[in-house]
Ligand binder design. Structure first.
Ligand SMILES: C[S@@+](CC[C@H](N)C(=O)[O-])C[C@H]1O[C@@H](n2cnc3c(N)ncnc32)[C@H](O)[C@@H]1O
Length: 252
C-alpha cells in the first residue's frame, strides 16, 4: 500500500523507500501517513527520515540542508586516502558535513575543518561531529593554516543560474538554492576557491573539486595557471565526469 502510493507519486525505488519510511515512523499510523504525504509531495527522503547513507556511513540531514549525493562519494574516499594520518584538511561548502566526516572517520588523528556559509547546515554538520567554521570559503579558517593544508575538498554550487530550471522538479522545489546556484557560468565560487587554494596548501598538497562534466576543461586550464597539476579527472560509478584532483607543484 505504501509502496503503491510512492510508485504513483513517481518514486524510483518505492519498495526501499516504503521500508525506510515505515521504519522511521514506527507503529504510529498518523505519523506514517504524515511521512508518506511529505514524500508524495516530493520532499527529500533524507529530510523525512533525518538520515542518508554516504560512503557506507549513516549521516544526519536536517530539513533545509542539501542532501549529499552518491556521485560525491568517490571524491570523499579519494580525499581521505591522500590525507596523512596527522594531516590537515579543509572541506569547503561542507553542508551536512558528509565529505569532512568521511575524511575524519578514516583519519581520526587528522584536523579536518568544514566551512559553511549557511548556519542551519553548519549546525547539522556539527551534529555529525564535524568541526565547522562559518563563513565564506576560506575566510573563517585560521591564518595559521596558510601553507600547511594537506587536502582541500569542495563540493560547492556549480550549476549555471540559467540551467537551474533543468534540475529535477523536486530538487528545485525543496533544496536550498544557495547550495546549487553557481552564478552565470556556474564556476564563480569554484573559481574563487581554486584561486585561493595555493595559499593554503602545502607544496604537494591536494585539491579535489566537484564540477559538472562540461566544466572540467575550464577548471583544468585555471588550475594550470595557478601551479596546480592535474592528477586525475574524477568520475562517478557510472563513469560520468564529476570533478578534478590536482596537486600543488612543489616549486610553487
Ligand atoms: C552542493 S552543496 C554540498 C554540500 C556537501 N559538501 C555535500 O557534498 O553534501 C554546497 C554547499 O556549499 C555551501 N556554500 C555555498 N556558498 C558558500 C560559500 N561562499 N562559502 C561556504 N559555503 C558555501 C552551501 O550552503 C551548501 O551547503
Amino acid at each position: 500500500m505504501v509502496a503503491e502510493r510512492l510508485t504513483l507519486a513517481g518514486c524510483v525505488f518505492p519498495d526501499v523507500e516504503a521500508e525506510a519510511l515505515l521504519l522511521a515512523a514506527g507503529d504510529d499510523h498518523r505519523r506514517q501517513e504524515y511521512f508518506l504525504r511529505r514524500r508524495e509531495s516530493g520532499e527529500p527522503m533524507a529530510w523525512i527520515t533525518g538520515f542518508t547513507s554516504f560512503c557506507g556511513c549513516s549521516v544526519k540531514v536536517a530539513t533545509g540542508v542539501y542532501v549529499p549525493r552518491p556521485h560525491s562519494e568517490n571524491l570523499a574516499m579519494r580525499a581521505a586516502s591522500v590525507l596523512p594520518q596527522h594531516g590537515r584538511a579543509i572541506d569547503l561548502g561542507t553542508g551536512n558535513g558528509a565529505v569532512a566526516l568521511v575524511m575524519q572517520s578514516l583519519r581520526p588523528e587528522a584536523k579536518v575543518m568544514g566551512v559553511e556559509c549557511d548556519h542551519v547546515a553548519a549546525e547539522c554538520a556539527r551534529s555529525n561531529q564535524v568541526t565547522v567554521a562559518e563563513g565564506d570559503l576560506f575566510a573563517p579558517v585560521p591564518r595559521s593554516w596558510w601553507g600547511g593544508v594537506d587536502v582541500i575538498t569542495g563540493v560547492l554550487p556549480y550549476v549555471p543560474t540559467r540551467e537551474l530550471a533543468y534540475l529535477p522538479h523536486d530538487v528545485l522545489a525543496f533544496e536550498p538554492r544557495r547550495a546549487l546556484d553557481g552564478g552565470d557560468d556556474g564556476l564563480g565560487l569554484v573559481g574563487r576557491a581554486c584561486q585561493e587554494a595555493p595559499r593554503w596548501l602545502r607544496p604537494g598538497g591536494h585539491l579535489l573539486m566537484e564540477v559538472g562534466g562540461d566544466q572540467a576543461n575550464r577548471v583544468h586550464a585555471l588550475l594550470q595557471t595557478l601551479g596546480l597539476d592535474l592528477v586525475e579527472l574524477l568520475r562517478d560509478e557510472d563513469h560520468d565526469l564529476r570533478g578534478l584532483h590536482a596537486v600543488l607543484g612543489t616549486s610553487s
